[in-house]
Design a protein around this ligand. Structure first.
Ligand SMILES: [Ca+2]
Ligand SMILES: [Ca+2]
Length: 95
């Protein structure tokens, strides 16, 4: 059974819930270990944020990775959502 995905945008930003955001991030999990590493996040920034995000991404990724282990952990998804709203042209619905 096909699941109809609703996709809409506001002011040119892709709107998604936090669950949709997590699913969207999975696309960037290249080694399929279930975690988004800094490198994978950098790719996400490059794909979604365009040229201007490149310089910010290093700093931003460090701020997302609060415990500095090189991965975005589940409890850091919030930080990533903030980061994404600023730099990745998405708008996270906090429900
Ligand atoms: Ca990964
Ligand atoms: Ca971390």
């Amino acid at each position: 059974m096909a699941i109809k995905t609703r996709s809409y945008s506001v002011e040119g930003k892709r709107v998604m819930t936090i669950d949709e955001f997590k699913r969207w991030l999975k696309k960037f999990d290249e080694d399929k270990d279930g975690k988004i590493s800094r490198d994978e996040l950098a790719d996400a920034v490059r794909v979604s944020g365009g040229w201007f995000a490149r310089r910010k991404s290093k700093y931003g990724i460090r701020s997302v990775d609060g415990n500095g282990n090189g991965f975005v952990d589940d409890n850091e998804i919030k930080n990533l959502a903030d980061f994404a709203e600023k730099h990745l042209n998405v708008w996270i619905l906090h429900l």
